[in-house]
Ligand binder design. Structure first.
Ligand SMILES: Cc1cc2nc3c(=O)[nH]c(=O)nc-3n(C[C@H](O)[C@H](O)[C@H](O)COP(=O)(O)OP(=O)(O)OC[C@H]3O[C@@H](n4cnc5c(N)ncnc54)[C@H](O)[C@@H]3O)c2cc1C
Length: 399
């Protein structure tokens, strides 16, 4: 396996469950055992979790599963013809290869983005840099009102910082949630004291003595910042796959069995562009723990000769301050959004339909709806709009 993130660790587990007993080697360019990324923008920044809580598994797990974990060893080339991967330290033959290379933060090509105090967030070193910046910063500017930007904004605000979130889009989390959910979170974050400015493209970041000091907007106005976090999305790590001649298009292209254009090579997780039945079979790239975990299971089945297609219902969560957002399904094609619960109470769900068909559900502080929605989507059951709107109607009765 190349990459030791969520997908790779799950594959270690799943291969042994599938009774695959061959040798397994995992290469990681990072120098530590695999760890959970979700806390990095949430509890970890608040100091609620220390680094001892981050590892996905104790070190003994890998030995127990007979997995050779090669940390700090970046794979620099794959040769599909000879089924060999290369690093600076050596070359290694494979029968099956998983590319689980994840994604990296999208850079913001503006002046000043390399100043000290301008951070991105993908790994634990980034999180440590942000945590350190938060100790002394008075004003924090976050560029990008996506999940990571808003989670970090909530953590910074909870620490008493002056927080501004800037985004080019006209609503927060615009790519992922219903307009009603964006509006609710905008109001909620503003009420908590976060200054959210939409339709704003940052033009430059200015520093004093190499350290960030101000962020500039198109009208020439500047806002003070001792810490800037750029959270404008990620780019899938496809370099190895491209160099190996594998098909790539917004990620490494795989089929429903997570196989790439080379039969012996799989890809899974954030780097994989896959046909998703919940997007009508269209190719999508999902960046979620669920996707990485479930795709790894599909890979394990394929390696063990029990191939099964990937057809798991997508789900994702984002904790922003005291509020929990849980999403399931894929809502891109929705033409109708129906509310269940009371938005003013902060406990509600938005059901996304295309005509009568349920496509996705965003739940705010409503874990019960989220779990039911996952079951409905898995079973292919669409409630009627009136049933969704009726708080007295038990959705559970449909399952
Ligand atoms: C701050 C943060 C918060 C998140 N919060 C949530 C959340 O709340 N809910 C949710 O569902 N998801 C969340 N995610 C997304 C989730 O963490 C990812 O979807 C998941 O980690 C993807 O797993 P992966 O195995 O595909 O890739 P990754 O976990 O990114 O692992 C890929 C690994 O491959 C390594 N690698 C790349 N190239 C090479 C190479 N050539 N040689 C060796 N190693 C290499 C990388 O360094 C990396 O360690 C969050 C992500 C971040 C960064």
């Amino acid at each position: 396996m190349v990459g030791a993130g969520q997908a790779a660790v799950q594959l270690c587990l799943a291969l042994r469950k599938e009774k695959f007993d061959g040798p397994v080697t995992v290469f990681s360019e990072e120098n530590q055992y695999p760890y959970h990324r979700p806390p990095l923008s949430k509890s970890y920044l608040l100091g609620k979790d220390d680094s001892s809580k981050l590892p996905m598994r104790p070190e003994s797990f890998y030995a127990a599963k007979n997995v050779a974990m090669r940390l700090n060893e970046k794979i620099t080339r794959v040769d599909p013809a000879s089924r060999t991967v290369f690093s600076e330290a050596g070359e290694y033959h494979y029968d099956h290869l998983l590319l689980a290379t994840g994604a990296r933060p999208r850079p913001l090509p503006i002046n000043g983005s390399d100043l000290s105090g301008v951070c991105e967030l993908r790994d634990v070193d980034h999180a440590n840099a942000i945590a350190q910046g938060l100790r002394t910063a008075k004003s924090v500017v976050i560029i990008g009102a996506g999940f990571i930007g808003l989670e970090v904004a909530s953590a910074a605000r909870a620490m008493g910082k002056e927080v501004t979130v800037l985004d080019m889009a006209d609503r927060v989390m615009a790519r992922a949630v219903a307009p009603q959910v964006s509006t609710w979170f905008e109001q909620t974050h503003r009420a908590a004291g976060i200054d959210i400015r939409l339709g704003q493209r940052v033009t430059a970041i200015h520093g004093v003595d190499g350290a960030v000091a101000e962020v500039e907007l198109p009208d020439g106005s500047r806002m003070e910042a001792q810490l800037v976090i750029i959270g404008v999305g990620v780019i899938p790590n496809t370099g190895l796959a491209e160099q190996a001649g594998l098909a790539c298009d917004n990620g490494i292209v795989v089929n429903e069995f997570c196989r790439t254009s080379d039969e012996a090579i799989f890809a899974a997780g954030d780097c994989a562009n896959h046909p998703n039945p919940f997007a009508g079979g269209r190719a999508v790239r999902l960046e979620s723990i669920q996707n990485a975990t479930d795709q790894a299971r599909v890979v394990a089945a394929g390696v063990a000769g029990n191939s099964k297609p990937y057809n798991s219902v997508p789900w994702f969560w984002s904790d922003q301050g005291a509020h929990s957002l849980q999403m399931t399904g894929l809502s891109f094609d929705a033409d109708n959004h129906v509310i269940r619960g009371n938005m003013d109470s902060g406990v509600f769900s938005v059901f996304h339909f295309k005509s009568e068909k349920l496509l996705a559900v965003d739940s705010i502080n409503m874990p019960r709806d989220h779990m039911l929605a996952r079951k409905l989507l898995t079973a292919g059951i669409s409630p009627a709009q009136e049933q969704v709107e009726d708080p007295g109607f038990e959705l559970k009765s449909l399952i």
